[in-house]
Design a protein around this ligand. Structure first.
Ligand SMILES: NCc1[nH]cc(CCC(=O)O)c1CC(=O)O
Length: 314
């Protein structure tokens, strides 16, 4: 008999993800019992302000990490893309389950494909990463801020708030909620490079908790882990938080045994300057550094400095 406690945010998505992980664990270890501990994070308390204005890294995870360190919970399930590249001493990612669809998606009021949206259509997203890439493809679009949990955002579109014609969300959240039928179009990754870790889960635990680590390991998917490692190494080099427009997507090249390809983007807040990079490699950490170095060689440091300055001012 083994009794574990899992920490989670209380959004529908967080609970759904956590339940999925607990089911997987109990499928493999039917003697393990798991108690769910709901934790409110700073990100949950300030849902009315654009994330880019709130700033700070790990807005949705700090309180949960503290509960892990305190021993109040034994593991935690996070959306990988909400995790900062660096982790507090004593904690680790114990498993990375197989990734969902990594893409961003458009949900349009009239079921209109992205390129077919009317001139000047209003598109809701609070993500600078999404907004600068969508504007690069469709400069006419009017991007408006959109916050809240997935269900809140879908409701705002249905209600036509802010004159919304469409919203952009991650496919993964919708898939996990069972709401994929609402998706109008999955945006190709080279048109809108996803956030580092998008579509993946991170199961976090204490580094010294061997028993829990052993249990979690069975849920790990090595290809997902390696792709995410490349993306997060890159993110760490750029020192990026969720408010900075950075995208990174790594995937194994089909038919090329063990070869990863990564594409990445960094831009300023208006999208006036956008830098892109692409590389392949077999070592995830090396690949993350290679792509970061490519962007630094193109002037990413100046862009990042200007974004940070701007976000600090506003
Ligand atoms: N930004 C919040 C967030 N964090 C994780 C997901 C779900 C998708 C995922 O796990 O990548 C979402 C919602 C969204 O971006 O649409």
């Amino acid at each position: 008999m083994n009794a574990l406690r899992v920490g989670t945010r209380q959004s529908q998505l967080a609970l759904t993800q956590t339940n999925w992980v607990c089911q997987q664990i109990q499928h493999i270890h039917n003697d393990v019992t798991i108690e769910t501990v709901k934790i409110v994070t700073k990100g949950d308390r300030i849902l009315d302000v654009a994330l880019s204005k709130v700033g700070g890294k790990g807005l949705f995870i700090k309180e949960i990490e503290q509960a892990l360190l305190d021993g109040t919970v034994d593991f935690a399930v996070h959306s990988m893309k909400d995790m900062p590249a660096e982790m507090p001493e004593g904690l680790m990612i114990g498993a990375v389950p197989v990734r969902e669809d990594v893409r961003d998606v458009v949900i349009a009021k009239d079921g209109c494909k992205f390129q077919d949206l009317p001139f000047g259509a209003v598109v809701g997203t609070s993500s600078l990463r999404r907004s600068i890439q969508l504007k690069a493809a469709r400069p006419d679009l009017r991007i408006v801020p959109l916050r809240g949990n997935i269900d809140t955002r879908l409701r705002k579109l249905r209600d036509g708030q802010e004159g919304l014609d469409a919203i952009v969300l991650a496919a993964a959240g919708l898939e996990r909620m069972g709401w994929a039928e609402q998706i109008t179009e999955r945006i190709p990754v080279d048109l809108c490079i996803p956030a580092a870790g998008q579509g993946a889960l991170a199961i976090q635990c204490r580094s010294d908790d061997r028993a829990t680590r052993e249990i979690l390991l069975a849920l790990n998917d090595a290809p997902t882990e390696k792709a995410v490692q490349a993306e997060r190494t890159f993110l760490g080099r750029l020192n990026g938080g969720c408010q900075i427009p950075i995208g990174a997507h790594a995937s194994f090249v089909p038919g090329e045994d063990g070869l990863l390809e990564m594409i990445a983007i960094v831009g300023d807040t208006t999208g006036a300057r956008i830098l892109r990079a692409k590389a392949t490699g077999t070592d995830p950490v090396q690949l993350g550094h290679t792509v970061a170095d490519q962007l630094f060689a193109q002037g990413a440091k100046e862009i990042l400095a200007s974004v940070r300055e701007e976000l600090n001012r506003s």
